[in-house]
Design a binder for this molecule. Structure first.
Ligand code: 5AD
Ligand code: SF4
Length: 478
């Protein structure tokens, strides 16, 4: 592979080595402080990027010597990895942090730490400092790799530790990862976002776009496959702009083709794609791929060109439809389309909302992730007039979800009689002897089968589409 350079920064080897020294120091602290292996409870809010970050946090804690528990009552360290994308997510975190007060009273030697996108906002960190005195450590998204040092300071110093540097962000390679599931793996290929959609807080809390080097991604990918991963999801806020900071540049489609060529029995997924950077080349790559799931998560957010412009999305409804039509032209109904939609963006009228409904009718999505607009402090949209009441927006929202329910049911019916290569991921719910599998488009198909099939790919014939899952039959090889 060609030698590449980059225009974005990396965390130096010296800094990572410094952190490894803190790992050793913490090992001694822990041995002196606790009789038994202490347990950590890591709670993750929000998107898959946070899930991937938590897997790094757990990787570092594992090295330090922590075990893990989901029951915070038995934990010596509680970490909330938080999300800032909507107010509701933040309210939940505040509620749960509030509930930790009695936990700290009963377990004074336990450490409480908060991190993630919500904590990267100064006004939130200030509120934690003032109103939640029992929180020991708060750290932002750019210093996750410093967890050993920060935890050491929180455990041995007298002061609470708040570490929230405001920066563009850098890539830290070589952090250990402890994955929750060895068969379904999340693999970040880039971090940050440069798009500044006017409603979105992400670019402010996750810094600028920066891509991992292809060889780092490929090596981790190969290792995952060797360790038994069967479904690998490539992650990035906008994977379509992968490689723009590399010199020479590399397109996301090129990266996908390289991974698709690797040996092994696996399926590749990715998210999220921004329509403005989604190319026909990418759609062709998916259509021609051997192991690329025929699934395109392509959020359009609104069907109105005026609203899209106000959202700073840089594409029109017509351009979006062109992409969908091209995907259908190459892959027909077999390609699963999913999308994110925001209802009630500031100034959106009912007429404009109806344009979203008509776009939904047009694209036949398998499923939609729908959200009522939530004002985020510091974003341009939070300053815009927002005359429509929440009650009214809730009505629109219901109209949208009702419509999608009808479409999903129609979409499900289309699968009857079709056979799909499915990944069998666990026990089923339709009956004791059922196992559950997922096809390319993320549809769940359950069938009668032995548990020994879990972790393998099988061909499954859909016999009966139900509401959320489908019943199927194992197709025996002749
Ligand atoms: N309000 C509501 N939804 C939002 N999203 C992002 N920011 C906001 C906001 N302020 C939604 C978008 C995005 C998804 C991850 O969350 O639809 O695609
Ligand atoms: Fe937010 Fe837009 Fe970036 Fe997605 S592309 S993270 S919606 S700013």
């Amino acid at each position: 592979m060609a030698d590449r350079d980059r225009t974005t920064s990396v965390i130096s080897e010296e800094e990572l080595e410094r952190q490894r020294r803190f790992v050793k120091r913490l090992q001694s602290v822990i041995a002196a402080r606790y009789e038994r292996k202490p347990l950590a409870c890591v709670v993750t809010y929000g998107c898959q990027q946070n899930v991937a970050d938590s897997e790094k946090i757990k990787g570092m804690l594992d090295e330090i010597g922590y075990g893990f528990t989901e029951n915070r009552q038995e934990a010596k360290l509680v970490i909330f990895n938080t999300c800032a994308v909507r107010e509701h997510a933040e309210d939940r975190v505040f509620g749960n942090v509030g509930a930790l007060k009695s936990f700290k009273r009963d377990n004074p030697d336990a450490v409480i730490a908060l991190c993630g996108c919500m904590m990267q906002q100064q006004h939130i960190a200030d509120r934690i400092k003032k109103s939640f005195p029992y929180v020991d450590l708060v750290f932002g998204t750019h210093v996750i790799h410093c967890l050993p040092e920060l935890l050491y300071r929180a455990m041995t110093g007298r002061k609470r530790v708040f570490e929230i540097p405001d920066m563009d962000g850098a890539i830290a390679e070589g952090i250990p990862v402890k994955r929750d599931n060895s068969r379904r793996a999340w693999l970040p290929i880039m971090y940050g976002c440069n798009n500044f959609c006017s409603y979105c807080i992400v670019p402010y809390v996750r810094g600028r776009e920066r891509s991992r080097m292809p060889e780092d991604i490929i090596n981790e990918f190969k290792q995952l496959v060797e360790d038994g991963a069967r479904e690998i999801t490539l992650l990035g806020q906008n994977v379509n702009s992968y490689g723009k900071d590399l010199v020479p540049q590399m397109s996301f489609a090129e990266l996908l083709r390289t991974l698709d060529e690797l040996d092994g029995d696996f399926r590749i997924r990715f998210m999220t794609s921004h329509p403005k950077d989604c190319t026909k080349e990418l759609i062709e790559t998916i259509a021609n791929g051997k192991k690329l799931a025929w699934h395109l998560h392509l959020p359009f957010q609104s069907g109105s060109n005026r609203v899209l412009k106000a959202m700073n999305r840089h594409y029109t409804r017509e351009q979006y439809l062109e992409l969908i039509d091209y995907a259908r032209e190459l892959m027909g109904d077999e390609v699963s389309i999913t999308s994110d939609i925001i209802v009630g963006f500031p100034g959106e009228t009912y007429e404009e909302f109806k344009e979203t409904l008509s776009l939904v009718e047009r694209i036949n999505a398998t499923s939609l992730f729908t959200f009522i607009y939530s004002a985020r402090k510091g974003t341009p949209a939070a300053e815009m007039d927002d005359p429509v009441s929440h009650e009214e927006k809730t009505k629109w929202f219901k109209e949208l979800t009702d419509l999608q329910e009808q479409i999903s049911a129609k979409q499900m019916a289309l699968h009857k009689g079709k056979t799909y290569k499915c990944y069998v991921y666990g026990k089923g719910k339709l009956g004791d002897n059922y196992v559950a599998s997922r096809n390319d488009g993320n549809l769940i198909i359950e069938f009668e089968g032995d548990e020994s099939l879990i972790g393998t790919f099988q061909n499954i014939l859909v016999t009966e589409p139900l509401t959320f899952v489908m019943r199927g039959e194992l197709v025996k090889e002749k």
